[in-house]
Design a protein around this ligand. Structure first.
Ligand SMILES: *Cc1c(COP(=O)(O)O)cnc(C)c1O
Length: 353
């Protein structure tokens, strides 16, 4: 605490990201990064940057990149919004679209940054409980609200909600913005991007951080009808006109151009996810059905998940543990390479004994 802090600064409980350890020897399965490097074309684009591109300000509207993304997703360029990671896109969405009279709804178990933005922007919210099986029950959202945000697949459960359910959510809340946070959609889900031209209230948020191995570049995007995107542009241009640097704008265009690389690394993650799930199950874990690049698993009764998390950490294997109601018996494990997952599966029997 400092006497120089504003009231708001004093009241904040900031988000705590997963640890980024300095020691590189760790098997790092805690922040859902891609286990494979980005496309070589991305690295070539970055190496091709000249001094002139850095001397000048970047295009504040990221025009070429928005056009490339629009083409990729079958949209118009003015239906695309970009930010410095989807965390920034989401922050602008909370301020620009979700700060309403009535409370914002989101699942009781979901991305733990949501309540942090609510606190920052003074947004009232009501957590909506997931079902017993950790699925999102869209009927439970039939209550007065100022907006809805749902990660799909959900985090940290990994469970996917089908497009029919999303359609129902959109129809039942046609006067409210419904945000679908698709950080993990490329690992097995169907994107709601295809619904954008049908629903004036739909905003789809995605990121280059997970399926495209560019967490270090910080690029996220939102897709929606022009009136929603224009609202986000007003916030962006009242906050930081240049959220994407010149390097990021070029590198992402290169990433989108290398579809083979993208499909290949995504397919490898999906195959390893199945392998990791089987391995954990054979050790007695219950694993939720995941459509993401992580699994959410409980070692079962009689085993303390937090103790297991700490014991793995001792052995240089880092996963994520959330000391929160309903999920304190679970570990969230990022799908790494086959070798990384084997290291985990080989370390577990001794720790479980
Ligand atoms: C990782 C993640 C994000 C943020 O990703 P960025 O790296 O900021 O683009 C947003 N939402 C969910 C659910 C995530 O898991």
């Amino acid at each position: 605490m400092s006497r120089f802090w504003s009231d708001l600064t004093r009241r904040l409980t900031p988000y705590v990201p997963g640890e980024q350890p300095r020691h590189q020897r760790l098997v790092k399965l805690n922040t859902n990064e891609a286990p494979y490097p980005p496309s070589p074309q991305v690295l070539a684009a970055i190496q091709g940057i000249d001094g002139e591109a850095l001397r000048r300000y970047p295009d504040p509207e990221s025009t070429a990149l928005r056009q490339a993304l629009a083409k990729y997703y079958g949209l118009a360029a003015d239906q695309v919004f970009l930010g410095n990671g989807s965390d920034e896109v989401l922050a602008h969405t909370f301020l620009g679209l979700l700060q309403q009279e009535q409370p914002l709804l989101f699942p009781d178990i979901s991305y733990s940054f949501y309540p942090v933005w609510c606190q920052l922007y003074g947004i009232d919210f009501e957590p909506v409980p997931l079902g017993e099986d950790f699925t999102v029950d869209v009927a439970a959202y039939a209550r007065p609200n100022g907006g809805i945000i749902v990660p799909n697949p959900n985090a940290p459960t990994g469970i996917l909600l089908g497009l029919a359910d999303i359609r129902r959510l959109l129809q039942a809340n046609s006067d409210r913005v419904v945000v679908i946070d698709e950080a993990y959609i490329d690992f097995g889900g169907e994107s709601a991007v295809t619904l954008i031209n049908d629903f004036a209230n739909l905003l789809v948020v995605q990121t280059l951080s997970k399926s495209r191995a560019l967490a270090g570049l910080r690029v996220g995007m939102a897709f929606g009808q022009v009136h929603l995107i224009d609202g986000l542009q007003r916030i962006k241009n009242s906050f930081n006109s240049y959220p994407l640097d010149a390097i990021a704008q070029r590198a992402v265009i290169a990433s989108l151009a290398d579809e083979d690389w993208f499909q290949d690394s995504r397919d490898k993650v999906i195959a390893t996810r199945a392998r990791l799930t089987r391995g954990l199950e054979s050790l007695g874990f219950s694993v939720l059905p995941s459509a993401a690049n992580f699994v959410f698993a409980t070692p079962g009764p009689g085993c303390d998940a937090q103790a297991l998390f700490l014991a793995l950490r001792e052995q240089g294997i880092v996963v994520r543990y959330f000391d929160k109601p309903r999920i304190s018996d679970y570990l969230r494990i990022t799908v790494g390479t086959d070798e990384q997952c084997d290291a985990l599966l080989e370390a577990l029997p001794a720790l479980l004994a």
